[in-house]
Design a protein around this ligand. Structure first.
Ligand code: ATP
Length: 325
């Protein structure tokens, strides 16, 4: 469905130096530098996938999304999405995609949300009956009833984001690009947005490409991760594969009857300790969890034990470290 091959994109940016002298010099002679936002990026995405596109600030995520949505023309490489080249076939192509940029709005600021929706219906030429059906579904699932009559400028960020997502889906696209869709949302709105993305993926078979810095989005949604750093694609694989590669540590939280034993057990590292509770990080390549629990129970009077996998956030930090990005 999506085939990206050898994509590259550079930006020419003016060098700016501080100081009055340099500013005066820049009036006559401006130096430039080239920023290589994308270097030879290739990947393929199948219909129905939810792909998390991650990487540190300035890695090239938004640039990729802009190229894939036809907003930017790359310097080299190819991109074929549902048979279209996004920046060449813009008009027929955009009927098939929805795009949400978390930091920007596609809604008209001063008019009620519903007016923007109707304008989008006309732009995309959505038949009335189909529009009504989709709108009803979006209003219900994203809880928009009380919002659609309000001007966008009066909405909170979370409320606006729910409307943005609805706006991007009014024409029932097959692919949805989400650039930081949960940025700035409260915990409840994040969960609602994630749930909604899952639902449209499952029930409407919408393919989702999502950039985010929130690893809980990845954990909740993505089956697959693409990691980009300094414009190059560094990792392409499933979250499960990533966990088995880096997530060999687990944490054990134990509650016990008061003791002064600091519970040093080979293959474990204490993360915190008190006379009644300890949290140990266990390297499961060195020692089995069952052995750790057996050793613990022979040393203290166990009251409760909880074993947790390493949070995905920590695994991603390890991944960033490994690739030095
Ligand atoms: N219009 C532009 N003009 C000049 N440089 C740009 C432009 N857009 C992006 N860049 C540069 O290209 C690089 C990649 O930027 P991009 O916005 O794709 O990163 P990102 O991975 O989305 O980052 P973030 O997580 O901070 O949003 C950065 O160095 C950025 O400064």
């Amino acid at each position: 469905m999506i085939s990206v091959e050898g994509l590259s994109k550079s930006f020419k940016v003016a060098k700016r130096s501080s100081g009055l002298r340099q500013a005066a010099k820049a009036l006559f002679f401006r130096e430039h530098k080239i920023v290589h936002a994308l270097n030879d990026v290739s990947f393929y995405i199948q219909p129905g996938e939810i792909v998390g596109y991650i990487g540190p600030n300035g890695a090239g995520k938004s640039t990729t999304i802009k190229v894939m949505s036809g907003i930017l023309v790359p310097d080299g490489g190819s991109c074929s999405i549902m048979g279209y080249t996004p920046w060449k076939d813009r008009v027929p192509y955009v009927r098939n995609i929805g795009v949400v940029f978390g930091q920007r709005t596609q809604l008209w600021w001063d008019v009620p949300v519903i007016d923007s929706f109707e304008l989008l219906r006309d732009i995309y030429k959505v038949p009335s009956a189909e529009y009504k059906q989709t709108l009803d579904l979006l209003v219900e699932t994203l809880d928009l009833q009380s919002l659609i009559g309000m001007p966008v400028r009066q909405l909170s960020l979370g409320q606006r984001m729910r409307c943005e997502i609805a706006a991007s889906l009014l024409h029932s696209p097959k692919i949805l690009f989400l650039d930081e869709p949960t940025i700035g949302l409260d915990a409840i709105s994040k969960i609602a947005v994630r749930q909604f993305i899952k639902t449209i993926n499952k029930e409407k078979d919408v393919t989702v490409i999502l950039t985010t810095h929130d690893m809980n989005d990845i954990e909740a949604l993505a089956n697959r991760i693409l990691l980009i750093g300094k414009g190059s694609l560094l990792y392409d694989g499933t979250v499960t594969a990533l966990r088995s590669r880096f997530g060999t540590r687990k944490s054990i939280t134990i509650d016990y009857r008061e003791t002064s034993d600091r519970l040093d057990i080979p293959g474990t590292e204490p993360l915190s300790w008190s006379p009644e509770r300890a949290v140990l990080s266990v390297d499961t390549e060195q020692v089995m969890i069952s052995d750790v629990i057996a050793q613990l129970s022979s040393r203290v009077d166990l009251l409760d034990v909880a074993v947790e996998s390493q949070p995905i956030e920590d695994i991603i930090v390890q991944l960033y470290k490994e690739y030095r990005i």
